[in-house]
Design a protein around this ligand. Structure first.
Ligand SMILES: Nc1ncnc2c1ncn2[C@@H]1O[C@H](COP(=O)(O)OP(=O)(O)OP(=O)(O)O)[C@@H](O)[C@H]1O
Ligand SMILES: [Mg+2]
Length: 888
């Protein structure tokens, strides 16, 4: 658009000449004349040519010499406009003289300010005789009037159409010495010289006297002009000179044949003026360069959108876990972004070529333009990358980055350009410094480079008319060379900074000492496991965690508190705990998503603190929240991660198919993941974790949202993984799942293990004993004898529920209790009329609930990435309280 508008701009040329005549100020005008020497024949001749034939100036001469301003034939006769009776009365009754010819106007007073004098009716006198000339102007005859009075007092009505007039034949009122005075002086002089006078002196005195008399005191032509019209004085002087010329023609000559036209020829510009003009004409190109910066501000900002999304939904982390090297990740992004950038870049160049703007596309300029645009992409793209670590909402990042780009690009280029227009040494010095400093921004390098190229071309074009070659090589250092150099360096530096940020070079995690953490009593099993890890008996385990701790910044309590556990090969280790217990945090530390605050973990012999890339190669990870790319299909996901895991290319498709079959995704394999239901997303995430047969697999609530069939599929899958001798670390809120899969499990509360061991072990240690359900026959059922029997036989029994014919008891766990329950009921079944009875062990759920009440509720509610709202969780009442409640 700006290039289209720049086409309308007239090219720079020397100023043209201008013919000076009154009508340059518009048509029709009001002009005036006065004949101040009516008795003088010469004066009358001049007035006649001025008023009648051919009139003012050269316009009505033979052949209408003024282009576009022909003489019209519609003149009128003299007339006097009628006036109101009240106005004519003023002049009939008043005592008016030449020095006081009409009512006075009121000028500004200290109390009242007016722009123009306030004139009463009749100010300036009665309207003068006038007529319409064949120039279409109104000519007023002011002969015999006080002209100053008339012109001043009627300015408000006709000032803007009255640019001048001519008085002919007057005596110059400005000359102090009158003719009489001159005569007196010369008489005195002759008397003084007296007898010594000779002929020569006498003649000299005579001539001097007549010279002085003639020196402008009589038969003046006076030119009146309006001083706001710059050429008014010259135009009306030309009118007067024309009249004088024609008034003094020899008899018989046609005055319409004679005239003087006046033209103004501006001087050619000097070289220094030309340079300034060249600079000013490039303001058009400043607009073009602003438009380019404007367009080029949006493109790089859009590159970070995807990066932010990948970081926030953890897809980036998952890629790292799957074996992508962070440097390769950024290089790939950069290569792709540059490919994307080249498209708009080519479009810009094509537009410039289409408009054939010499400043940008002439053979010497084109390479500079191409280099500027390409290096801009090279430098601005990595400059946007660090923002992907700061923002969490892509749209916010886009708006903020675009605004910053626009601000720096436009303000930098425009400010330095306008500072250049100032002809002031100190401003230029400051400008030079500003121009050097702003080179650190690619936006400025591009914008300023385009302006410099345009300026260079404008100078060269102007000076070529002097035969001088002022064209500088656009690629030279002082032109865009320094900009190109700055941008190439910026690209490298910003890319390096991005990589350093990715490797957390600038923020080394601070390790905290174990002593600062809580020193609660530990469960015996947990203490034993800790001991085992400390003493090195877990050396051969696939995963060994030792004192692993995480304290989030701005949190007083640790999210994970000195965990110690060893997971041997072929084990499925279950991690239970209520929401916010620290399970995901543990996984995040183990997978390198967040830095460790303390402790150490070794996975298959590699430390998570120092050898993360090797650790990644030995683990599969299914994060709690699906880290999927909405646009890839399920199959593409599996193929992509298969390749990352190093699956040989011919087998990639097979591996993807295996994942699809295994998790039951056949129907959805070719649909984009964005359209998947929650359960299907979980399946895909789990399949990704399983790909590549890693020795240790971390599954964070893999079955949440899965239907029972898919869940059983997955269980089979996990069991087969264990059978292969690999290990699985699993978190789940389903006790059924843990019972089905886990060889060992631990319950986490407040970041610590509260218990650890096999399912049976936990049930027996922490279970509440047995639940007995008795159904009594008869109608109505005789419950009382049964109740008495249980109360007497089993001490510590608690009646939990009582319905029509059913009784539910809670019996404590004691040695041999199970056998005793069965034998007692078998013996007395007939007598008591018991139809049937069942005995079951307390479920894992009950064990879990007992621990859950220990979880403390965080007092300070702070915002973070993955908030867990625990406000609606009530700690479950203790067993004793519930027993009492039952009794009541
Ligand atoms: N980014 C974070 N910044 C600060 N605190 C956090 C952050 N993420 C988690 N937390 C806190 O750390 C604790 C453990 O959170 P975590 O996500 O590990 O729990 P979880 O056991 O996985 O819970 P869930 O069963 O709900 O997934 C919680 O108290 C939580 O509030
Ligand atoms: Mg979690």
């Amino acid at each position: 658009m700006s290039l289209i508008f720049s086409l309308i701009l007239p090219p720079f040329a020397e100023y043209p000449s201008l013919q000076l005549q009154p009508w340059m100020y518009g048509l029709p005008q009001t002009t005036f004349y006065s004949n101040d020497g009516p008795d003088n024949v010469e004066v009358s001749q001049v007035v006649d040519t001025l008023v009648n034939n051919p009139g003012f100036g050269t316009r009505c001469m033979d052949g209408n010499p003024i282009p576009m301003l022909p003489c019209s034939s519609s003149g009128s006769d003299w007339f006097t406009p009628p006036v109101d009776q009240s106005v004519s009365d003023i002049f009939l009754n008043g005592n008016w003289s030449m020095s006081n010819p009409s009512p006075s106007c009121q000028c500004s007073t200290p109390k009242r300010t007016t722009m123009l004098p306030d004139c009463p009716p009749g100010a300036g006198g009665l309207p003068p005789p006038q007529r319409i000339q064949n120039t279409t102007d109104t000519l007023e005859d002011l002969t015999g009037r006080n002209m100053s009075d008339f012109l001043l007092k009627t300015f408000e009505q006709s000032g803007k159409t009255r640019y001048g007039g001519v008085s002919v034949g007057g005596v110059n009122s400005q000359v102090r010495l009158t003719e009489a005075d001159i005569e007196v002086v010369f008489r005195d002089l002759r008397d003084l010289l007296g007898s010594s006078q000779d002929n020569v002196t006498d003649e000299l005195l005579q001539k001097s006297e007549s010279l002085l008399k003639k020196l402008g005191t009589r038969d003046n032509v006076k030119v009146w002009f309006y001083n706001q019209a710059w050429h008014g004085v010259v135009s009306f002087l030309a009118v007067a000179n024309n009249a004088i010329l024609r008034g003094n023609l020899a008899a018989g000559e046609d005055p319409r044949q004679y005239g003087i036209s006046v033209s103004n020829h501006p001087l050619n510009l000097t070289k220094s003026q030309l340079s300034f003009v060249a600079l000013a004409t490039t303001s058009n190109d400043v607009v073009v360069s602003i438009c380019v910066i404007f367009a080029m501000s949006f493109i790089p900002a859009s590159f970070v959108l995807f990066l932010i999304q990948e970081r926030v939904n953890k897809a980036k982390h998952l890629q790292f876990v799957s074996g992508v090297n962070p440097a390769v990740y950024w290089l790939a992004n950069f290569a792709w972004d540059m490919c994307n950038y080249i498209v708009p870049c080519l479009i810009v160049i094509a537009i410039f070529l289409a408009f054939q703007q010499k400043a940008y596309v002439s053979p010497p300029n084109l390479p500079a333009l191409i280099l500027l645009l390409i290096l801009y992409g090279w430098s601005i793209t990595p400059m946007m990358y660090p923002a992907s670590f700061i923002f969490s909402v892509p749209s916010t990042a886009y708006v903020v980055l675009t605004c910053i780009n626009l601000f720096i690009g436009i303000n930098g280029s425009v400010a330095t350009f306008f500072m250049e227009l100032y002809d002031d040494d100190s401003v230029s010095r400051i400008n030079d410094i500003v121009k050097q400093v702003l080179l650190i921004f690619p936006h400025f390098c591009l914008g300023r480079g385009l302006i410099d190229m345009a300026k260079n071309q404008a100078m060269a074009t102007l000076f070529s008319s002097f035969g001088e070659d002022r064209f500088e090589d656009p690629l030279s250092w002082d032109m865009v060379g320094k900009n190109l150099c700055a941008m190439s360096i910026q690209g490298v530096v910003m890319f390096a900074i991005t990589i350093l940020i990715q490797y957390k070079f600038f923020c080394k995690p601070r390790l905290i000492s174990g002593k600062s953490l809580s020193a609660e009593e530990e469960d015996i099993d947990v203490a034993r496991e800790r001991e085992r890890v400390y003493e090195g008996r877990a050396q051969n385990d696939l995963l060994k965690i030792r004192d692993l701790t995480k304290v989030y910044s701005r949190k007083s309590t640790p999210a994970v508190d000195r965990l110690c556990v060893g997971v041997p090969a072929a084990e499925c280790f279950g991690l239970l705990g209520i929401n916010g217990a620290g399970k995901t945090t543990t996984f995040k530390m183990l997978t390198g998503d967040i830095p460790v605050s303390g402790g150490e973990a070794v996975l298959n012999g590699y430390s998570i603190r120092t050898e993360m890339s090797e650790v990644h190669q030995n683990m599969g990870y299914c994060p709690q929240f699906d880290a999927l790319d909405d646009l890839l299909t399920g199959r593409e996901h599996l193929e992509f991660y298969g390749r990352l895991r190093g699956v040989p290319e011919p087998e990639v498709a097979m591996v993807a198919e295996w994942g699809i079959q295994k998790l039951g995704l056949v129907k959805y394999s070719n649909k984009s993941a964005g359209t998947y239901s929650g359960g299907n997303k979980r399946k895909l995430s789990t399949a990704i974790a399983l790909i590549g047969c890693p020795p240790v697999i971390f599954l964070d609530e893999p079955t949440t949202g899965m239907d029972p069939k898919a869940r059983r599929f997955l269980w089979d899958c996990i069991l087969s993984v264990i059978r292969e001798g690999r290990s699985v670390i699993l978190t789940s809120h389903s006790m059924e799942e843990c019972e089905a899969l886990c060889t060992r499990m631990a319950i986490m509360v407040n970041g610590r293990f509260k218990c650890l061991g096999s399912i049976q072990h936990l049930k027996s240690r922490f279970g509440d004993g047995y639940t007995v359900i008795v159904r009594v026959g008869g109608s109505p059922p005789a419950l009382k004898p049964v109740e008495d029997f249980v109360l007497q036989t089993f001490s510590g029994s608690v009646l939990k529920e009582k319905h029509h014919n059913t009784l539910q008891y809670q019996l404590p766990y004691t040695q041999g209790a199970l056998a005793s329950i069965f034998s007692q009921f078998t013996i007395h079944q007939q007598r008591l009329g018991v139809e049937d009875y069942s005995v079951s062990q307390t479920t894992l759920d009950q064990v879990f609930v007992n621990f859950a009440r220990h979880q403390h509720i965080e007092e300070e509610a702070e915002g973070y990435d993955n908030p867990v709202d625990t406000s609606d969780e009530k700690p479950l009442s203790s067993r004793k309280i519930s027993q009492e409640a039952e009794k009541v």
